[in-house]
Write a protein of this length. Structure first.
Length: 589
């Protein structure tokens, strides 16, 4: 930690060295002075240095830095000054999930990023928090404050080992060897393909692929197509109320549920889907309004809708994410198993009491304990930032229930072992091989009016974030809608604007189609891989064969295209659910 005699800008600086002396990855829990909780994975047999309050940009970093690195979880390769912009490089193992926070003494931070989807930016005035996972393709985020610019580059370790700063201030990433003098630049054809070029001083922030003699790609010409089910009124099967995809004959893939209803006056409704398996994209009156079900950021079983007076058309694209292939969870139903209700969702990730000392001797008697009647080892605990690691911990939380309401508990977290109890009654046992860190249960029969207690026991807890949601709804208040169903998802021949009511560009589900030629003599015999950079979530077909599903939350980055499926003329079809683009999608070796 910097001492009081350090220059002003360095007074709050700290350096922490995390050691891992075992032959496999190890997660350390770090808690900063401002309460920030970091879960930092350290590779086998290494030491990872982390810094806080590190001045990284400014005319005089000794006095008032324009930008400070408040904290980070990936390794720092270096900081390169440039004529108009400086470059900070962070790196780690492929698929590593990390975060970095920057702040400034100036009023605001301006931020720009390239087309990467593996980084999320939370910008709050003079503070920017980057959450990301590391991919083979370099990711660049540009920060500006007080007339100064900092480019933050995120690389995998393999890419960081092959990063070459050039004399003109740009960077080449990929080749095993690069030599440059005043007249020539020689680049090795060996290394990691493709080779990327990044120019920090360029006005347009982008990462370009440098074409070399070894570059071997198939040229793609894309067209965009609407999803027919978003706007068509044809082909819908009437339903008394929603039923599972399995009952409706759609065992795999997608299915659409449609509800037609009216409102007498302008209102805001929180619609609850207590029985949605696994998730659904929601389109209201031709406008994409979000999703229900599971998500990397935690479960969501309720969605708030602002409704004008008059008729409304609600369509839900249900997605089957896969099935258990062993254990007691086999045979689960998919889709919308029940209708929608008027209700609300409570985030109960916070407000827990934790016991781990004497509790280990009390066993499951703790499941009957009341949080206000025990001597807790920690109170007001958040499941997503709990400062504890140990063989067993009990977490207790009270909640209020109303007579006549139903309650569904949705819990996601690590694949540890443990048990979930409500008012002392066992709801679920879970382990790495059972439930897999995902629990959803209707606890209505165990709940009574007034104060109730949830007890959660986690064994071999490692500080990994858990999230918990409690959904409450009145079973006598279903959405009064006329329901229908249409299986699958299909591309329209044209791409109309799905709704004339929406002034914004359509960012919901759509299809992309690409035609391309293939010649073994020109392109070789593979292997070929599709790199879906710029896409978010969906599925891919090659010449009518399903290649697979993608969801850009890491770590898979490419998809094999078997050479045996290729023809002289080919069609690639991509169904994109969440507004991604195909500008940087490529097929290469």
């Amino acid at each position: 930690r910097a001492g009081p005699a350090a220059p002003l800008a360095w007074r709050e600086f700290t350096a922490t060295f995390l050691q891992n002396s075992i032959p496999e990855g190890l997660t350390h829990q770090i808690f900063l002075a401002d309460g920030t909780h970091l879960a930092v994975e350290v590779e086998a047999n290494t030491i990872k240095p982390l810094f806080t309050n590190l001045p990284v940009l400014g005319d005089s970093a000794l006095l008032a830095p324009a930008i400070t690195l408040a904290h980070h979880t990936s390794r720092i390769l270096g900081l390169w000054p440039g004529a108009h912009a400086d470059t900070l490089v962070l790196y780690g193992f492929a698929g590593e999930v990390g975060q970095a926070e920057f702040n400034t003494q100036h009023a605001t931070l301006d931020i720009q990023r390239d087309s990467s989807l593996n980084v999320e930016v939370d910008l709050r005035g003079s503070v920017a928090l980057l959450r990301y996972w590391l991919t083979d393709r370099p990711t660049v985020v540009r920060l500006a404050a007080g007339g100064r610019v900092l480019n933050v580059v995120l690389l995998t370790t393999e890419r960081a080992e092959r990063l070459w700063p050039l004399a003109d201030g740009s960077f080449v990433c990929g080749p095993d060897l690069l030599a440059e003098d005043a007249a020539t630049r020689r680049v090795s054809e060996r290394g990691l393909a493709p080779t990327y070029l990044f120019e920090p001083d360029a006005q347009q922030l982008q990462v370009r692929i440098e074409r070399t003699q070894a570059t071997r790609e198939l040229a793609l010409a894309w067209t965009t197509h609407a999803v027919e089910e978003v706007f068509t009124n044809e082909g819908w099967q009437e339903l008394a109320q929603p039923r599972s995809l399995d009952e409706l004959g759609t065992v795999y893939g997608y299915g659409w549920y449609r509800g037609l209803f009216e409102t007498e006056r302008a209102t805001t409704l929180a619609l609850v889907a207590p029985q949605i398996n696994d998730r659904a994209r929601v389109v209201l009156d031709g406008v994409d309004v979000g999703w229900l079900g599971v998500h990397p950021h935690g479960p969501q079983l309720a969605i708030e809708l602002a409704l004008a007076p008059g008729p409304h058309d609600l369509r839900l694209l249900a997605d089957n994410l896969g099935r258990f292939n062993y254990g007691s969870g086999t045979g689960e139903q998919k889709g919308l198993l029940d209708t929608l209700y008027i209700g609300r969702q409570h985030d109960i990730t916070g407000g827990w009491s934790a016991l781990w000392q004497e509790a280990v001797f009390a066993g499951e008697a703790v499941a009957n304990a009341k949080p206000w009647a025990v001597r807790a080892d920690a109170t007001d605990v958040r499941l997503d930032s709990f400062a504890f690691q140990g063989p067993s911990v009990w977490l207790l939380r009270a909640f209020e229930a109303t007579a006549g309401r139903r309650y569904v508990l949705h819990l996601t977290g690590d694949r540890s072992s443990g048990g979930l109890f409500v008012n002392g009654a066992n709801v679920a046992r879970f382990s790495r091989h059972y439930k897999g860190g995902f629990i959803k249960a209707d606890i209505s029969e165990l709940v009574h009016p007034g104060t109730n207690v949830i007890a959660l026991n986690i064994q071999n807890y490692a500080g990994v974030a858990y999230r918990a949601q409690l959904v409450e709804y009145d079973p006598t208040q279903p959405l009064q809608a006329r329901w229908s169903f249409r299986p699958g998802v299909s591309a329209a021949d044209v791409h109309p604007q799905p709704s004339a009511l929406s002034p914004q560009p359509w960012r919901g589900p759509r299809f992309f189609r690409a035609s391309f030629a293939y010649s073994p003599e020109q392109h070789g015999r593979g292997p070929f891989r599709l790199h879906p950079h710029g896409l978010r979530k969906g599925q891919i077909w090659l010449n009518g064969r399903n290649v697979g599903r993608y969801w850009q939350i890491g770590p898979q980055e490419s998809y094999k295209l078997p050479a045996a499926w290729l023809q002289a003329e080919n069609q690639l079809l991509v169904f994109e659910e969440e507004g991604g683009s195909v500008g940087e999608v490529r097929i290469g070796g």
